[in-house]
Design a protein around this ligand. Structure first.
Ligand code: PLP
Length: 419
């Protein structure tokens, strides 16, 4: 049996032998993307036959036809509370929130935002703050659109607000910040009320500063504690900063990841700006999809009941990750990991300089992990220490094997560094 003292410093020979055994298994496992599993998607299979022959919305609208740029009211009503946006200020749109975030920033580049003197494209620099570790696709949007990224540290209660407040107060080129306020990707952090309040009220040098409030995991609880966050849009409105908030969300991890519904919410002025510009891009969203979602989910309570079914599938996988990491890596110096109460990810932190080595070892042993650095802007984790684990997609047995495999790789990487 391994003593705690041995665990603190993995022995090179033992670590190599364990790794060779792992390799000999010839595994092919993938812990990269936060995708729902087939079992989770099956929960929404009724959508495939909805809405059925009755294609009329509650107000009699023929969902098959044009009209209704803002999306079906009955679906917006179901999600307004969860996303903390009044129904009248919420848009239900296409199948993914990423495209809404992308397009909203394109609009800001090409058309002056409410409160802006100029289009962003006319400014010498447009900078966004990126709490790290964060979501790689946010960084992808910025890179694509020429928006510079400045990392800010993440704490247990959200971005380090002392740093954020100082930067946004001083620098008018800082036009925005990315936030995943609940069960953040990848840390699982839930923003504290104080963090939300400071984001809503902080003075910004840029009059057209925006918070990209990506509430992707608003109802995605993994425990009995259904965390609530403070209402950013309401607090900002109260403070006279209503226009600084753009809210995003989607049903990608509620119903079907490739055929769900995405949401955008904002102040009345922002909404008018957004709808006017979006009307140039499309005559309207897929309201048949909205209708089938409204019928399938029914109400906020219906959403909660459906999410409980997801939790029943996901929670054992997350528990397995916790158990195996504790057994294998508990007490190993410099190694820690998050214990999220919701969302899709666990962040594993290894001693500085060893994330890339661990990911490479895992790859050679048949366990594919998100590339080291992906959790940071430009793919650069200055400490090379953060690894994102996504246990949702593989079946439980594979999650267990893959997590044990990752632990073996961490131990070998540490032993090799010390050798
Ligand atoms: N935002 C966050 C924080 C995510 O983790 C993801 C998916 O992993 C998305 C957005 C993508 O959502 P959608 O499928 O609605 O584009």
């Amino acid at each position: 049996m391994t003593s705690p003292a041995d665990l603190a410093r993995p022995d090179l020979d033992a670590a190599r032998a364990a790794y060779d055994e792992l390799k000999a298994l010839g595994m092919k496992l993938d812990l990269t993307r936060g995708k729902p599993s087939a079992e989770q998607l099956d929960l929404a299979n009724d959508l495939l036959t909805l809405p059925g022959p009755d294609f009329r919305a509650a107000d009699g609208l023929d969902t098959r036809n044009y009209q209704g740029l803002q999306g079906l009211p009955e679906l917006r009503e179901i999600f307004a509370d969860a996303l903390q946006v009044p129904v009248a200020q919420l848009v239900a749109f296409g199948n993914g929130s990423l495209e809404l975030m992308h397009d909203t920033l394109v609009h800001a580049l090409l058309s002056p935002l409410p409160g802006a003197e100029q289009r962003w494209v006319e400014q010498e620099r447009v900078v966004f703050l990126c709490p790290v570790p964060g979501y790689d696709r946010h960084y992808g949007v910025c890179e694509r659109l020429g928006i510079e990224m400045v990392p800010v540290p993440m704490t247990d209660s959200g971005p380090d607000m002392d740093v954020v407040e100082q930067l946004v107060a001083e620098d008018p080129t800082i036009k925005g910040i990315w936030c995943v306020p609940k069960y953040s990707n990848p840390t699982g952090v839930v923003y504290s009320d104080e963090t939300v309040r400071r984001l809503a009220t902080m003075p910004t040098a840029a009059p057209d500063f925006r918070i990209m409030w990506d509430n992707a995991y608003a109802v995605h609880h993994l425990t009995d504690t259904a965390h609530e966050i403070a209402d950013l849009l309401a607090l900002a409105t109260e403070a006279g900063n209503a226009d600084r908030v753009f809210v995003f969300g989607s049903t990608s991890k509620i119903t079907l990841a490739g055929a769900g519904v995405a949401f955008f919410g904002a102040s009345e002025a922002n909404l008018a700006w957004w709808l006017t510009l979006t009307a140039k891009r499309t005559i309207g969203p897929d309201k048949v999809n909205h209708l089938r979602h409204a019928r399938f989910l029914g109400s906020p309570e219906g959403v909660a009941a459906h999410m409980a079914k997801h939790r029943a599938i996901l929670a054992p996988k997350f528990a397995a990750v916790q158990r195996i990491l504790s057994e294998q890596l508990g007490g190993v110096e410099g190694v820690s990991w998050t214990r999220p109460d919701g969302g899709y990810f666990v962040t594993l932190t290894v001693p500085a300089g060893l994330a890339s080595a661990t990911v490479a070892l895992a790859k050679d042993a048949g366990v594919v992990l998100t590339p080291a650095g992906a959790t940071h802007p430009y793919g650069q984790d200055p400490d090379d220490a953060v690894i994102r684990l996504a246990p949702s997609f593989p079946v439980l047995d594979e999650v267990e094997k893959a997590t044990a495999g990752v632990a073996t790789c961490v131990k070998l990487a540490i032993a090799q560094q010390g050798a």
